[in-house]
Design a protein around this ligand. Structure first.
Ligand code: CP
Ligand code: NVA
Length: 301
């Protein structure tokens, strides 16, 4: 494993190894206190962040490494100098680059031109760090994570894409339910369906909200991702039947609710589900750090 650009690059054993290492780091932090001794990580963010920025910064610190956060106050990446020059220069000093960008191409360019590992901290296409934390979270609830039945409801987006690939690699049963026009990328779906078949899993897509029945966990994300300027009123009208509320959770028969956050309470999910007994949202948030630390240890030591 050279970079983490998308979950689809991982084999099943690599994905399971990251989950296992994340659990070890979570439960024996003292053993990993010097894992990144002398290593520096540059974090490059074109978009806002709470969870990703804070969990990388604190996580790197807990591993004995150093991190430096760069925002876009000097202009968008690629404007003052090319992305390639940026990557080659950072590679002179840093041991890894963590990047959150608008375009996934920018992340690929950083990996192509830089000489250090690049970790995708969210792009328009993928959010692999989120999905790794989510599978870690599910694996804490199920003895065999491949047996967890996951339903994703709402906008087919970057988070959906990473979940779809991960579930397919793990051989899980996953159903993605979106309004017409909001389905995940067709190529991602085709590739993931092939992976699911190979690994004994199943990926189903539907616009019918009744497809929610018979799942262990229901996952949703914002209906408007960063960079999308569609007016909320237009979105709400189209997406209203896909809101995750108590009735939908009961119809699913689901014990668990998941959301990558930030959530729009009362929009894609109600307060009672967010704050309900089966809500895993804070486990997911905490596990961001442990999953990312497992990736950093894998890539850098
Ligand atoms: N889930 C997630 O990536 O949150 P942030 O945008 O706050 O980093
Ligand atoms: N789909 C969301 C995820 C935020 C963590 C976005 O891209 O804004």
């Amino acid at each position: 494993m050279q970079h983490l650009l998308s979950i689809k690059e991982l084999t099943q054993s690599q994905l399971l190894a990251i989950i296992e290492l994340a659990k070890k780091i979570k439960h024996n932090p003292a053993e990993y206190r010097r894992a990144l001794d002398g290593k520096s990580v540059v974090m490059l963010f074109e978009k806002p962040s709470l969870r990703t920025r804070v969990s990388f910064d604190i996580g790197i610190n807990k591993l004995g490494g150093h991190c430096l956060y760069l925002d876009q106050q000097n202009g968008a990446l690629g404007q003052r100098e090319t992305v390639a020059d940026f990557a080659t220069n950072i590679s002179c000093w840093a041991d890894a680059i963590v990047a959150r960008t608008y375009s996934h191409t920018t992340i690929e360019q950083l990996a192509l031109h830089g000489t250090v590992p690049v970790i995708n901290a969210l792009s328009d296409l993928y959010h692999p760090c989120q999905a790794l934390a989510d599978f870690l979270t599910l694996s804490e609830q199920f003895d065999d994570v491949s047996q967890a039945k996951l339903a994703y409801v709402g906008d087919g987006n970057n988070v959906t894409h990473s979940l779809i690939y991960g579930a397919a690699i793990l051989g899980m049963t996953m159903t993605v339910i979106c309004p017409e026009g909001a389905f995940p990328d067709a190529l991602v779906v085709t590739e993931a369906q092939a992976l699911a078949q190979k690994n004994g899993g199943k990926l189903t897509l539907s616009a019918d909200i009744n497809a929610i029945e018979g799942h262990d966990a229901v996952y949703t994300d914002t209906w408007i991702s960063m960079g999308d300027d569609t007016p909320l009123a237009d979105i709400k009208a189209r997406f209203a039947p896909y809101q995750v509320n108590s009735e939908l959770m009961a119809q699913a028969g689901a014990k668990f609710f998941m959301h990558c956050l930030p959530a729009h309470r009362g929009v894609e999910v109600t307060d009672e589900v967010m704050d309900g007994q089966g809500s895993l949202i804070l486990h997911q948030a905490e596990n961001r750090m442990h999953a990312q630390n497992a990736v950093l240890v894998t890539l850098l030591s």
